[in-house]
Design a protein around this ligand. Structure first.
Ligand SMILES: C[S@@+](CC[C@H](N)C(=O)[O-])C[C@H]1O[C@@H](n2cnc3c(N)ncnc32)[C@H](O)[C@@H]1O
Ligand SMILES: [Zn+2]
Length: 282
């Protein structure tokens, strides 16, 4: 694991500094966390939860779907947002709920002097993220717990379709640092919702976003990003299986619905991209 990344992490048991020691991270009190063979480290604390973590199948479906380029407009929007980071603000790119790390990798490509830390409570996601970019490191941690990342560690924070813990986000974002949050709009994937029994987007999401960001909501700017995808049946299946509705549909029903699709299905993607900065003076 990159030394610069280890320096930004803290012990999930005592909050102390960590250093690498023979394939593990260790704090001064002797708490030891193994670095997995695949390059990520689990920093789950006593009160951390993993029941909301994406399964291996969900992460694999997400990897295939994103690799096919169907969310390219969003990748471009995130990469563009990365350019808004002030070069003099020190810190890493921290992606909370990083999934496969594909967005983190795209952003790191645009920011050649920064390292990235992906945080996800799914070890399958962390595994992919650790391999997503040479400058990316990944930790397994729960966003709803104290996140084992130092105060002011992030010059840029990403949070894409993932849980938001405003207090912790504010603590980790460096003064003057930038936050980019992506949330689905009510029309997101509308063509698939009924057919596949997917969970539809809460229409109050915008208000919830503001509430969840706490002090970071001040000065936030949102814009809508909408594009149309033409999806082959396998991509439709990946899209359903990578999301929060995965596993809700019986496998036979799913197969039947997929078989009923034409060679291409038009699907709308509609998301909100919100950017905000933390106060310069902490
Ligand atoms: C909908 S996916 C989005 C992943 C990625 N940002 C993307 O857009 O491709 C949500 C991610 O958040 C992770 N997640 C869910 N609850 C979490 C929690 N409490 N702490 C950390 N990660 C969490 C899941 O494992 C999953 O990878
Ligand atoms: Zn410790």
């Amino acid at each position: 694991m990159e030394k610069a990344a280890v320096e930004l992490l803290i012990c999930p048991h005592c909050g102390g500094e960590l250093r690498e020691n023979g394939g593990s991270l260790i704090c001064s009190r002797g708490h030891t966390m193994n670095i997995a063979r695949q390059g990520y480290v689990s920093l789950l604390g006593r009160d951390s939860g993993t029941h909301t973590a994406d399964s291996a199948e969900m992460v694999a479906a997400r990897q295939r779907f994103l690799a096919a380029g169907h969310f390219q407009p969003l990748v471009d929007a995130l990469a563009e947002a990365a350019r808004g980071v002030e070069p003099e603000i020190e810190g890493a790119v921290v992606d909370l709920g990083c999934g496969t790390g594909q967005y983190l990798a795209a952003v790191l490509d645009r920011l050649p002097s920064r390292i990235g830390i992906g945080v996800d409570n799914s070890k399958f996601a962390a595994r992919r993220t650790a391999r997503s970019h040479q400058r990316a490191s990944a930790i397994v941690a729960d966003i709803w717990d104290e996140i084992p990342v130092r105060d002011d560690a992030a010059a840029l924070m990403l949070n894409v379709f993932s849980p938001r813990n405003g207090e912790e986000m504010d603590r980790i974002l460096a003064p003057g640092g930038r936050l980019v949050v992506v949330t689905p709009q009510p029309g997101h994937l509308a063509e698939l919702i009924e057919r596949f029994g997917m969970i539809s987007v809460d229409p109050d999401k915008e208000e919830r976003l503001e509430r969840s960001l706490g002090p970071l909501a001040e000065g936030m700017e949102s814009r809508e990003l909408r594009w149309r995808m033409e999806l082959e049946p396998d991509s439709v299946r990946d899209l359903v299986e990578m999301g929060p509705s995965a596993g809700r549909m019986d496998k036979d029903d799913m197969d039947q619905q997929i078989q009923g699709l034409g060679s291409e299905t038009a699907v709308t993607a509609a998301v909100t991209v919100t950017t905000t900065s933390s106060e310069e003076t902490a």
